[in-house]
Ligand binder design. Sequence first.
Ligand SMILES: Nc1ncnc2c1ncn2[C@@H]1O[C@H](COP(=O)(O)OP(=O)(O)OP(=O)(O)O)[C@@H](O)[C@H]1O
Ligand SMILES: [Mg+2]
Length: 227
Amino acid sequence: MYDLNSVTKTYVRRGHTVTALDDTNLEIPDNDFVAIIGPSGSGKTTLLSVLGGMLAPTSGNVFIDGESLYDLSIEERTALRSTKIGFVFQSFNLIPWLTACENVQIPLMLSGQSAERQRSRALEMLDRVGLADRTDHHPSELSQGQQQRVALARTLANDPQVILADEPTGNLDSETREQVMTYLNEFHRDGRTIIMVTHDAGTAAFAKRTIRLVSGVAKSIVSPEAA
Ligand SMILES: Nc1ncnc2c1ncn2[C@@H]1O[C@H](COP(=O)(O)OP(=O)(O)OP(=O)(O)O)[C@@H](O)[C@H]1O
Ligand SMILES: [Mg+2]
């Protein structure tokens, strides 16, 4: 679980200080499914980056399973990130010259698994997101929604406990959006924690609860209708 304690993040650019997160406190238990909403510039991506171990807060502490994320060494934080946390972005960040299967193998390769294990796990994940017949396609040969599903399979290949998603359905039509959310929901039902930034009310409706950021503060927390 996450525990954010008085987290403030300020950016300083040419003498101007922007407070992107302002003394934010937040608890996210295991197996939560949170939608983060709020106007452009309210600090949503900053919050996800802080949660993902990619951006140290200016002050305050971020605990993940009781460990203070930014008191770890860079090596320890990188290791924790690659084992516990998966990312999904609006732009899928697939590598164009690799096939779908090879793209999904990347995190498995980085965590030192054998070539055989990489391939079998990648095929299993692609099958799970309904792309068993597209494993040797390159990203340019896939639809947007299929590319996002490859990205999802890659994120989930290492079985992360937490998935951080920044506008995961931003570029997709409503049918494909529904499909991607169905997979995310399935992984949530498997016990994972999902923290997702979205502008879209239909996408947010998949979450158990919604947190609204206003000027860097987690202002209102809309309580879940069904936990
Ligand atoms: N690297 C940076 N340097 C300076 N200011 C930044 C930087 N990144 C973000 N900001 C500022 O911090 C504030 C929060 O930015 P952030 O990207 O977290 O907003 P957001 O809620 O994700 O917005 P959007 O919905 O447009 O993606 C904004 O005012 C932004 O201009
Ligand atoms: Mg953003």
